[in-house]
Design a protein around this ligand. Structure first.
Ligand SMILES: Cc1ncc(COP(=O)(O)O)c(C=O)c1O
Length: 453
């Protein structure tokens, strides 16, 4: 018995509690995991060390959140110093200077220094906050009928009830159907294997799919629609890259009808496409941007929403004795997260890591497309330092082939993330060109090995 469990009285409840049973794990096959646990011991740079001293390459930068590599010395130092100076600071009616400075830095990095930043603790909270800002904005301007929000099929916007409602992944939604926000509609997703299999970068086909927003406006009337939310690149459902012209057209239609455009940049924010934000990469500016993950290099949870200055100003018109926005979290602007974020931004700038991501993007693109003729490969797509390899599912068992690739990949020294039968790749920005190529060669061996099994 672990002595700490005994101290907590666990030993008295049952002589033999297996601590592995106690954690109800997120988005995990709990019974399978507990029958065959895979434990991570430590991490440094672009590698994890698993139990048994096995070293594996971090093919998805954590869960898209550790692009600067693990145990980055600057971040470790900043967080250790901060915890000794100010470990917690209430964020309601009080503030600490570095949080204000971080907000200004993030707005400047987004190329929009007049914007305002609201801090939260995760991507899910960022999405729900952005939806509330959008609906509140129209209300404070006297357009309280604009309450409808439009998401997109295959979108992932976290697991809050707002994010689930605008999200477009059936399995995530069906158990909670009665709890969904009312008045939500969805645009079609933009993935069409027939028109875009094996595209390098943005597919040429599909800009017309944005016209569906006009259809929804005609159906519901613009006066009922507050916002449209999309991931510029759909990450969690397998790196679905927007067709050329699609985001531009969404922007035009939103502007025409007074609808706010929200970019969920939880994955694309902080350099994944080789620019600070996807908005800069595509040259399309949203009204609200959500971020999380890489802002602190995953070291301390943090998320946020960047809002256009006019949106903030609209909230500031009421009487001064009334709080302008009844929303916030105990840990909004947490000093440790703020310290980790400043240190991450310092590293991105001093080590030119966003530029580095842009340089590695071409290496990844060339390498990943060499997998085209490997067994069961149905599609390969990429943008920036992100790619997906989609496999044909095993007959009658969707996801089973993906699971086999994941397990076999560990033997080949790569920690992969699979969603269903899609393998997503987003290596750390600190990777070398050789490491990116080696990752693809390990994946090649993995695909051949499972085909031969
Ligand atoms: C685009 C997007 N939005 C929101 C989220 C939710 O973030 P979190 O898991 O931090 O709540 C994710 C997570 O992967 C995401 O990819």
């Amino acid at each position: 018995m672990n002595p700490k469990l005994a101290l907590a009285g666990a030993g008295e409840v049952s002589g033999a509690i297996d601590p592995l049973q106690s954690w109800w794990m997120p988005f995990t096959h709990n019974r399978r995991f507990k029958a065959q646990p895979r434990l991570i011991e430590s991490a440094a740079g672009a590698y994890y060390t698993l139990a048994g001293n096995q070293r594996v390459f971090d093919c998805l930068s954590g869960m898209w959140c550790t692009p600067l590599g693990h145990a980055h010395p600057g971040i470790v130092r900043a967080v250790s110093d901060q915890v000794q100076r100010l470990d917690y600071s209430p964020g309601f009616q009080l503030g600490h200077q570095p949080a204000f400075e971080l907000a200004a830095r993030i707005a400047a990095l987004a190329g929009r220094p007049a914007d305002r930043v609201f801090f939260v603790n995760s991507g899910s909270e960022a999405v729900d906050t952005a939806l509330k800002i959008a609906i509140g904005y129209h209300r404070v301007r006297g357009e309280a009928t604009r309450t409808r929000v439009i998401g997109r099929e295959r979108g992932y916007h976290g697991v809050g009830l707002g994010g689930l409602s605008v999200g477009g992944i059936g399995v995530n939604r069906k158990m909670f159907a009665p709890m969904m926000m009312p008045g939500v509609d969805h645009l079609p997703h933009t993935y069409s294997p027939q028109h875009m299999r094996f595209s390098r970068g943005q597919p040429l086909w599909g800009a017309h799919l944005a016209e569906d927003l006009e259809r929804l406006v005609a159906l519901h009337d613009a006066s009922t629609i507050a916002a449209v939310i999309v991931e510029p690149v759909q990450g969690s459902t397998g790196v679905i890259v927007p067709p050329r012209g699609y985001l531009e057209r969404l922007r035009e239609i939103c502007s025409k009808h007074g609808i706010l455009l929200i970019f969920d940049e939880v994955i694309t924010g902080f350099g994944r496409l080789g620019k600070p934000f996807a908005a800069q990469y595509f040259g399309v500016q949203p009204d609200l941007t959500t971020f999380a993950k890489a802002v602190t290099n995953g070291v301390v949870p943090m998320g946020g929403v960047v809002a256009r200055g006019e949106i903030y100003d609209a909230f500031m018109n009421g009487p001064e004795h009334v709080i302008e926005f009844f929303h916030g979290y105990t840990y909004s602007g947490h000093p440790l997260a703020v310290a980790a974020a400043h240190a991450s931004l310092d590293a991105m700038i001093d080590q030119r890591l966003i530029e580095r991501a842009a340089e590695l993007a071409g290496v990844l693109e060339d390498a990943v497309h060499t997998l085209r003729d490997e067994p069961h490969v149905a599609d390969i797509r990429n943008l920036g330092l992100a790619a997906a390899v989609e496999l044909e599912p095993l007959a009658g068992q969707p996801g089973a082939r993906g699971q086999r690739v994941f397990a076999r990949g560990l033997d080949e020294g790569i920690l992969l993330r699979v969603s269903g039968d899609i393998i997503a790749l987003a290596p750390p920005f600190i990777s070398t060109e050789d490491e990116v190529r080696a990752m693809i060669e390990s994946l090649r061996r993995t695909l051949r090995a499972i085909a031969a099994d």
